[in-house]
Write a new protein. Sequence first.
Length: 265
Amino acid sequence: MTSTTALTYTCVGPSCAWPTATRATSCHRLDAGDRTVLVDLGHGALQALRAAEAPLDRLDAVLLTHLHLDHWADLVPLVWMRRFELGASAPLPVVVPEGQAARLRTALEALDALDVLDWIALTELQAGLPPTGVGPVAVTAVALPHSAVLTVNAYRLQVADGTTIVVSGDCGPSDALPAFARDAALLVLEATVPEPLAGHLTPGEAGAIVAAAQPGRALLCHYLEPLGGPAELAIARAACPDVPIAFAQPGERVPVAPRPATTPG
Ligand SMILES: [Zn+2]
């Protein structure tokens, strides 16, 4: 990839644990030139990707933030589609958080879908390591608490010209996420619930993370219907008045440019 390759973020699925008539569950698409990486692949996402004519036969990788169904359910039909409809021969690189490869195997076994493992190249990405090359991006991860069982990887993805996008998984208020997302060009994070709930963020809590991280802009996703309206956006913006922030819309494409270098001192 060259340093002039444009980076585009697309919100494939902005819904939380269940899809709506128009919103798939969690899925984020990054296009760097002719390379494509997905972060999460929840139910409804595959249909949305097909409707958008995404290049599913030549995906570089799918990174899963964690193994709740709204973040990976469509991995199985994607793999079957690539194998039997598209004739893809190369295994699809799939990245999961540390310790979750065995969980994925157990889940696939329960679903009588162990053959999926023959057609993916499954790796774990440990949080806190130096950047790892995944397709066109250099990826780092931070582990965030989510449920009693699962931690979540938030991913920081950087292309050659330095443009950086951070995609959080599901998490509650966190000091680690703002530090991890500091100065990214785009921060995509959840704003799931109207009132505080363990393992998730309200619009106000998400806004506070954006204010601490100071990305170039922020998109809120993983929101319950009918959240995501003007009232919730006003709450998020009140917590973060100096960074552009909006609720991601299904299919919304956002060109992402490098942030201007800051002047020391
Ligand atoms: Zn979720």
